[in-house]
Write a protein that binds this ligand. Structure first.
Ligand code: HGA
Length: 615
C-alpha cells in the first residue's frame, strides 16, 4: 500500500516520477503528490485523487523541470485523503521533503515532543512527524542527512519505506526500509527508487532490493552504500537482474488489467508448472519442496497462513492436502493468528501464501511461526519479496505482475502450486493410488486448455451480469472444494462492484442465509457434476422453492440443473479436486462485467489497494 518513487540523475525527473506513480497506483490511489528540484527551488504539487489528477494539477501549478524528484501515491492510514495530508511532506524549515509508505506507530508522543520544541504541523499524518523528527535530529548536532535519518529511525516504532531529500544537499536522496518494500534501480550515473521495480524497468535491469532495517544514501557520482540502520554496519549490496518486462505491466489491448489477468490464466498456470510438473514421467520436481522433503513428510500438521484471496486458495489447499497427502491442515487468517497465542511446534510446516509477498500480517505471522520453531514455506508471486526472503524455502507462482487490485490469476496459480506440492507428498507417502496420482498429474497438465475453454463463458456471464447488475445482495453457494470458490466469488463481487455478497457452504444455507432468499435474491450455485452433485441439486431445489434466482455453474451438458436454474454457465468436465481452477473463472468474469456495467473502477476499487503492507 502506498507507492513511492524517486529519481536522481541526468534526465528530467518529472516524466519518470509521474509514469512511475501510474504504475504504482495499484498500491493506493486516494491522493498523490510529487516534488521536483531544479537546483534552486523545491517544486511541490499534491492533490486528493488519482495520479491523473496530480498530472493535471502539477502541469498547471509548477514548472516541471528538475533532475531530482520524488513522488507518492497514497492509501491513507493517518488523516483523511485530502490535499494537505498527501505526500510529499516538507519539514518546518522547508529544507527536507519526504515520501513514506508505512505507519509510524509512536507518532503521537513524537509529535507532542516536537510541538513542545516549537514545531508546527499542517497535516494529520504520521509522516509529517517523521520528517520533522529527522530535521530536529539533524539540527541538534548539525548532522548530515543520512546520519539524521538513521538516528531518527532508531526512535521510530512501526513500518516504513522512505525517500528523503534535503534541498541543501541536492546530490543525494536517502532511502530506508522496515516492513515496506523498496527497490533501487541502478543506471549509468543515475538512480531510480520505487516500491517495486515497475517504474524503472525501461531504464535499467539492475536493481537492489533493500532488506528490512537497511538504509542507503543514493548519491550522484558515487557508488551506492547500504548500511544497517541499527548499528551503522556496511552491507554488501546484492544487485539483481530484473525479470520483469514492459509488456507484462501494460494492458495489452484489454480494457482493464483485471480482464487481461483473467485471460492470462491459461498461460500463467502453464508458467507455474513449467519445469516442475512432468506428467509423462510421473514426476513433480520443486526445489524448495525436494530440499526440505523430510520437513513435509514428517509434519504433524500443515498450517496455512494468508489473507483475502490467498486465504481462499489456502482453503482449497486444505481439502487437497488432506485428500491427497493425508496430512492434517489448518487454515488461518494471518491477522488473527499473530495476535493470539497459537500453539506451534517444530513439527509444524507453515505455508504462507501472499501474491505480493509483502502482506504485513502474513509477514508478522511467519516471523512468529519461525520463532516457535516451525518450518516456513512461502508461496508468493513477487520474486524477491519480503515473505519469500523471510521463509525457509518456497515456491513462486510465476504469474507475472498482477496489477488489478482484485486478485484473479494469483488465486489460480497459488492453487496450482499447492496442488503440485500435495501431489508430490502423496507420491512419497503413497496416499494416492498410482492411477489416481498419474490421472491428477495429467489433468493438471491439461488445465490450461480447460481454463481456456472456461473463458468461453465470457458471453453468457455478460448476459447474466446485465440481468443482475442492480442487485443489492448476492449469495454464493458451493460444497467441498467449491466452498472456498463460493467465498472467492462473493469477495470478487463485493470488492469491485460494491454489491453485498456472501459465500456459504451450500448446506449451511439452512442455518441462516435461507431467510434472505426471495424473488429478488440472485444465488450463484457452484454445481459441477463431480463432488457432492446430488446434495447441491437438493440445495438448488430449496432455493427454487423460495423463488430465489438461480445462477448455476455446471459441467458441460448438465440437463438436471438446467431444468431448475434461471441461468446456467457451463464449464469443462474435471475431477472434483481440480474443479476450483475452472469454477472460479466464470465467477471472476461475472463480477468483472457487473462492475463494468455499474460504472465502477474495476482495477482500482474504492478503499482498497493491492499489497497490504499495513496491519
Ligand atoms: N501513514 C502514511 C502512509 C500510508 C501508507 O503507507 N499506506 O499504505 C499516511 O497515512 O499518509
Amino acid at each position: 500500500m502506498c507507492g513511492i518513487v524517486g529519481y536522481i540523475g541526468h534526465r528530467e525527473a518529472y516524466p519518470i516520477v509521474i509514469k512511475g506513480l501510474k504504475r504504482l497506483e495499484y498500491r493506493g490511489y486516494d491522493s498523490a503528490g510529487l516534488v521536483l528540484y531544479d537546483g534552486a527551488d523545491l517544486k511541490l504539487s499534491k492533490t486528493k485523487g488519482k495520479v491523473s489528477d496530480l498530472e493535471a494539477k502539477a502541469t498547471k501549478e509548477i514548472s516541471l523541470n528538475g533532475t531530482i524528484g520524488i513522488g507518492h501515491t497514497r492509501w491513507a492510514t493517518h488523516g483523511v485523503p485530502n490535499d494537505v495530508n498527501s505526500h510529499p511532506h516538507v519539514s518546518n524549515s522547508g529544507n527536507l521533503v519526504i515520501v513514506h509508505n508505512g505507519i509510524i506507530e509512536n507518532y503521537e508522543p513524537l509529535k507532542k515532543e516536537l510541538i513542545k520544541r516549537g514545531y508546527t504541523f499542517k497535516s494529520d499524518t504520521d509522516t509529517e512527524v517523521l520528517v520533522n523528527l529527522i530535521e530536529d535530529v539533524q539540527k541538534k548536532d548539525n548532522l548530515k542527512l543520512g546520519k539524521a535519518v538513521q538516528l531518527a529511525l532508531n526512535q521510530v516504532v512501526g513500518a516504513y519505506a522512505i525517500c528523503v531529500f534535503d534541498k541543501q544537499k541536492p546530490d543525494e536522496i536517502v532511502v530506508a526500509r522496515l516492513g515496506s518494500p523498496l527497490a533501487i534501480g541502478i543506471g549509468e550515473n543515475e538512480y531510480f527508487i520505487a516500491s517495486d521495480a515497475s517504474p524503472f524497468i525501461e531504464y535499467t535491469s539492475n536493481a537492489i532490493y533493500l532488506e528490512d532495517e537497511e538504509m542507503a544514501i543514493v548519491r550522484l557520482h558515487k557508488s551506492l552504500k547500504i548500511r544497517k540502520i541499527k548499528d551503522d554496519s556496511l552491507v554488501d549490496p546484492y544487485i539483481q537482474e530484473l525479470q520483469m518486462n514492459l509488456e507484462q505491466i501494460e494492458k495489452g489491448g484489454y480494457d482493464h488489467f483485471m480482464l487481461k489477468e483473467i485471460y492470462e490464466q491459461p498461460s500463467v498456470i502453464k508458467d507455474t508448472y513449467r519445469g516442475r510438473l512432468h506428467a509423462n514421467e510421473g514426476m513433480i520436481k520443486m526445489a524448495g519442496v525436494e530440499d526440505n522433503i523430510e520437513k513435509f513428510t514428517n509434519a504433524h500438521r500443515i498450517l496455512i497462513i494468508a489473507c483475502g484471496t490467498s486465504w481462499h486458495a489456502g482453503l482449497v489447499a486444505e481439502y487437497i492436502f488432506e485428500e491427497f497427502a493425508r496430512i492434517p491442515v489448518e487454515v488461518e487468517y494471518a491477522s488473527e493468528f499473530r495476535y493470539r497465542n497459537p500453539i506451534i511446534t517444530d513439527k509444524d510446516v507453515v505455508i504462507a501464501i501472499s501474491q505480493s509477498g509483502e502482506t504485513a500480517d502474513t509477514l508478522a505471522a511467519i516471523k512468529l511461526a519461525k520463532e516457535k520453531g516451525a518450518f516456513v514455506f512461502g508461496v508468493c508471486n513477487v520474486v524477491g519479496s519480503s515473505i519469500s526472503r523471510e521463509s525457509h524455502a518456497g515456491a513462486y507462482t510465476h504469474a507475472g505482475p498482477e496489477i488489478g487490485v482484485a486478485s484473479t490469476k494469483a488465486f489460480t496459480t497459488q492453487i496450482t502450486v499447492l496442488t503440485m506440492i500435495a501431489l508430490r507428498l502423496a507420491k512419497i507417502k503413497g496416499t494416492l493410488s498410482k492411477t489416481e496420482y498419474h490421472t491428477y498429474l495429467s489433468e493438471l497438465e491439461m488445465m490450461p486448455e480447460k481454463v481456456q475453454e472456461a473463458l468461453l463463458t465470457n458471453e453468457v456471464t455478460k448476459e447474466i451480469a446485465s440481468v443482475y447488475k442492480n442487485a443489492s445482495n448476492c449469495l454464493y453457494l458451493g460444497r467441498g472444494y467449491n466452498f472456498p470458490v463460493a467465498l472467492e466469488g462473493a469477495l470478487k463481487l463485493k470488492e469491485i462492484s460494491y454489491i453485498h455478497a456472501e459465500g456459504y457452504p451450500a448446506a449451511e444455507m439452512k442455518h441462516g442465509p435461507i431467510a434472505l432468499i426471495d424473488e429478488q435474491m440472485p444465488v450463484v450455485v457452484i454445481a459441477p457434476k463431480q463432488g457432492h452433485y446430488d446434495k447441491v441439486v437438493s440445495n438448488i431445489q430449496e432455493i427454487k422453492s423460495r423463488s430465489g434466482k438461480i445462477i448455476a455453474v455446471v459441467t458441460k451438458g448438465d440437463e438436471q440443473v438446467r431444468a431448475l436454474a434461471d441461468h446456467v454457465i457451463e464449464i469443462p468436465e474435471s475431477s472434483d479436486p481440480l474443479s476450483p481452477l475452472l469454477t472460479t473463472i466464470p465467477l471472476q468474469l461475472l463480477s468483472y462485467h457487473i462492475a463494468v456495467m455499474r460504472g465502477c473502477n474495476v482495477d482500482q476499487p474504492r478503499n482498497l489497494a493491492k499489497s497490504v503492507t499495513v496491519e
